[in-house]
Design a protein around this ligand. Structure first.
Ligand code: ADP
Ligand code: MG
Length: 361
């Protein structure tokens, strides 16, 4: 099922929880919406599921209008399954009965229910747990029951609102793998919501970054990481240093820039104009130079991270410290010789509508 939102707005009082949101989610995609708490993620999911009315705009599912001008198709007629943070399983029913429940209440024939339940439990690899009660399952297994129930309803689309937020860290990464496998096996269009950018990067075919009721950028995880189109996206996705630079010239998505006392070439949006700009450096973009190459940097601070160090360094002529990763110990005051492998000049936000340049090498 494909999902389209056009200029959807939903206000609570004067606050716009959804502010003119437009999104297109293709059939079969694993689509992640990521953003800080309170930015409107759950409202977005609820609007698609039909649990929340919208004030303006249109929502279509597989091309069929479900919300818009005077229209509100109820949740049970939208063919989408929802998995919330709390699994909402019936504690007195076993796994199979939990999965069967929505089918039975919808009046599906008994034999058909049994077949469908078996099929869905197989998909989430819970067949041998079919007789257990939720209390006899791990958090991850309960989550899989919730997924199976979602599938059983014939939902070609699954909406998940921070389904991993309640799990232990070690279970989370196991569940990330489960979810990826679940998606591959079911082929269901999946809209997954999280405040955790790491989770978003691990799972998504495409990520939408949401902020204060608006979608800031939609892209595949790698593009989002390498070519964020705003300061907000750059700082929300991954670890970053944003520093002021001067663009000397631009050609075909590559810019010659001045960073402190050094001149280097980095990627940039096409048609970046010469003048002051902001450079994004990821920690791995700064590396130790070989031989006598590179430029001098002074170590300001180091933090041991287990197997490696986060190191803040400063360059001559640049106030802002830069974050890098070192595999060996360094002490404040040490001088290192560094090379910058790559970087990305952010688009001038006021201008907007910049086209990303060619792929990075
Ligand atoms: P998120 O899921 O990203 O944390 P929500 O979609 O739950 O954010 O909420 C977005 C904003 O809308 C928040 O400021 C929240 O307080 C507000 N909000 C959400 N639901 C309601 C409601 N039923 N009544 C009033 N305000 C609400
Ligand atoms: Mg929420």
């Amino acid at each position: 099922m494909s999902i389209h939102l056009a200029s959807v707005t939903r206000s609570f009082g004067t606050h716009k929880a959804l502010n003119n949101v437009s999104l297109s989610i293709e059939d079969g995609m694993f689509f992640v919406v990521v953003g800080p708490s309170g930015c409107g993620k759950s409202t977005l999911l609820r609007a698609i599921a039909g649990l929340e009315p919208i004030d303006r705009g249109d929502i279509t599912l597989d091309g069929l209008p479900v919300a818009g001008d005077g229209l509100h198709v109820p949740p049970e007629q939208r063919q989408v399954g929802v998995v919330f943070q709390s699994y909402a399983l019936w504690p007195h029913m076993n796994v199979a009965a939990n999965v069967a429940f929505p089918l039975e209440t919808a009046g599906v024939k008994r034999s058909a229910v049994a077949a469908r339940v078996a099929e869905c439990l197989e998909t989430v690899e819970l067949t041998e747990f079919r007789q257990r009660k939720p209390a006899e399952l791990s958090g991850g297994q309960r989550q899989r029951v919730a997924l199976a129930r979602c599938l059983a309803q014939g939902a070609g689309t699954v909406l998940m609102d921070e389904p991993l937020a309640n799990l232990d860290p070690h279970l989370r990464s196991a569940m990330e793998e489960e979810l990826a496998a679940f998606h591959a096996a079911s082929g269901a269009t999946t809209l997954f919501i999280t405040h955790d950018q790491r989770e978003a990067m691990a799972l998504a075919d495409k990520v939408a970054v949401m902020w204060d009721g608006k979608i800031l950028q939609v892209a595949d995880p790698d593009t989002l990481y390498r070519r964020p189109m705003s300061r907000r996206v750059a700082s929300f996705i991954g670890r970053s240093t944003l520093v002021p630079v001067t663009v000397l010239r631009e050609e075909a998505g590559a810019a010659e820039i001045r960073l402190g006392g050094i001149t280097l070439e980095v990627a940039c949006p096409r048609d970046t104009t010469p003048g002051p700009a902001t450079l994004l450096l990821r920690p791995e973009h700064l590396v130790l130079a070989t031989g006598s190459q590179g430029f001098a940097a002074t170590v300001r601070k180091t933090i041991y991270r287990g197997g490696y160090w986060d190191v803040l360094v400063t360059l001559e002529g640049l106030q802002e410290p830069l974050l890098m990763i070192l595999n060996r110990r360094a002490a404040p005051g040490d001088t290192l010789r560094l090379t910058i492998l790559r970087g990305w000049v952010l688009p001038e936000e006021s201008r907007g509508g910049c086209q990303p340049g060619p792929p990075l090498r």
